[in-house]
Design a protein around this ligand. Structure first.
Ligand SMILES: Cc1ncc(COP(=O)(O)O)c(C=O)c1O
Length: 402
């Protein structure tokens, strides 16, 4: 390219240094391969149910196509409060207040707003890894320094050592991301771990950005949902929740989510909404109300389907002595490692070519993820069984070659 056409030199260093997604390379390679089973993306294969779509089309047909409340329509904020009452049984001994909620243009937008609100140039943000790459990239775009805190994998699965986490906190630390259940590992914090992290936040004044997006996709024995900061929160705790309609109600393409914050900062957050999305379309918000009020059956169906999916992939891969993983308690990913295959960037490409299965390389999820692969199991039984048997055949072939 001639210098004259190299416009990138005129862009900001921050824009230029945003990292490419580590998943895209495999996706590009395998996207149009005939018969591929793609398990690389972080979404299920079910479309948004018709009863949710109809709420949007009805609203559009009724002319709800204008600018609207930056914080979200009152009906949705109230529905969010009622939903949280149902799922978490109130907050601080009272029903949830609608004033705590701000509607956003996706979970990702909620993360961006949370970071803009609490961290900027010169600040540090701690991300326990392996982690969804967008946390670190979004912090970097705000000029903050990302401190990766590696979780440990051992006989007890993935472990977040909160004492070691405390050592990563410096006077410049502004926030810690806590994504439980985790994308990509499925690690799900128990209440004691959440309590220890909250104690750290209380001691140091550092914000917690709590991403409980997968909190309802829970396969542990103890209940219907994962443990949540809501279970232990006090009124003066510095916790910002980021969440989305994407996963629970199969609405990844819609781009609508929410934040839940202490009421004292709602106005500031709403101002940030003004200068980013300027609000979310009313017809999408009507659909979101319907999802919250009528979507429990669909969500339960998705969770049951994912649980079966987990049994299929864990059963098949678990039978191989070369494959190791911790059975996830939540989310819908199997994060696994294959002995003798340390370079998973290349492995992702090879598995497309040699097994016709598409998965995300662990390198996309932080340094500690190198050597691991992520497979999404939010799929129907047939597709997953096909993917699992292809992987098993591939493993058997490699075994014979050893
Ligand atoms: C952990 C986590 N948080 C947030 C999101 C954001 O979801 P969305 O931007 O689709 O609402 C995702 C999506 O994959 C995720 O995995």
């Amino acid at each position: 390219m001639s210098d004259a056409l190299d416009f990138s030199r005129f862009l900001t260093p921050i824009a230029r240094s945003a990292p490419p997604s580590g998943i895209v390379e495999v996706m590009r390679h395998g996207f149009s391969k005939p018969g591929i089973v793609p398990l690389w993306a972080g979404e299920g294969d079910l479309p948004t149910p018709p009863f949710i779509c109809s709420a949007a089309t009805r609203s559009m047909a009724a002319g709800e196509t204008f600018y609207t409340h930056q914080a979200g329509i009152p009906e949705l904020r109230e529905a969010l409060a009622r939903y949280h009452d149902r799922v978490y049984g109130g907050l601080f001994g009272k029903p949830f207040s609608a004033d705590r909620f701000v509607v956003t243009a996706s979970g990702m937008h909620a993360i961006e707003l949370a970071l803009t609100a609490v961290a900027g140039p010169g600040d540090e943000v701690i991300v326990p890894t392996p982690a969804w790459p967008n946390f670190a990239a979004a912090a970097g775009l705000r000029g903050a320094t990302v401190v990766q805190h590696p979780m440990r994998f051992g006989n007890d699965g993935w472990v977040l050592d909160v004492e070691a986490l405390a050592e990563a906190v410096t006077p410049r630390t502004r926030a810690i991301f806590v994504n439980s259940p985790s994308n990509p590992t499925g690690w799900t914090a128990d209440r004691a771990t959440l309590q220890a992290i909250l104690a750290l936040s209380r001691r140091t004044g550092v914000w917690i950005i709590a991403d409980e997006v997968y909190g309802r996709f829970f396969y542990g024995a103890e209940g219907e949902r994962a443990a949540s900061f809501h279970d232990i929160l006090a009124e003066d705790d510095k916790v910002i929740f980021v969440n989305t309609f994407s996963k629970n109600w199969a609405m990844t393409g819609w781009r609508i989510g929410w934040m839940e914050v202490p009421p004292a900062i709602v106005e500031t957050i709403v101002n940030l909404v003004q200068y980013t999305s300027s609000g979310t379309a009313v017809f999408m918000q009507r659909a979101a109300v319907t999802a919250l009020e009528e979507g429990e059956g669909f969500l339960a169906h998705q969770v049951a389907r994912s649980r079966r999916g987990l049994d299929i992939v864990a059963g098949t891969l678990g039978a191989s002595s070369r494959v190791r993983f911790a059975r996830p308690d939540g989310a819908f990913y199997l994060f696994f490692t294959i002995d003798g295959e340390p370079d998973t960037r290349k492995l992702g490409i090879r598995l497309v070519d040699e097994a016709n299965v598409g998965m995300a390389p662990g390198t996309a999820f932080g340094e500690v993820g190198a050597g691991w692969m992520r497979m999404c199991f939010a799929r129907g039984e047939e597709r997953l069984s096909l993917a699992a048997s292809r992987l098993k055949e591939w493993l058997d072939r490699k075994e014979q070659m050893l």
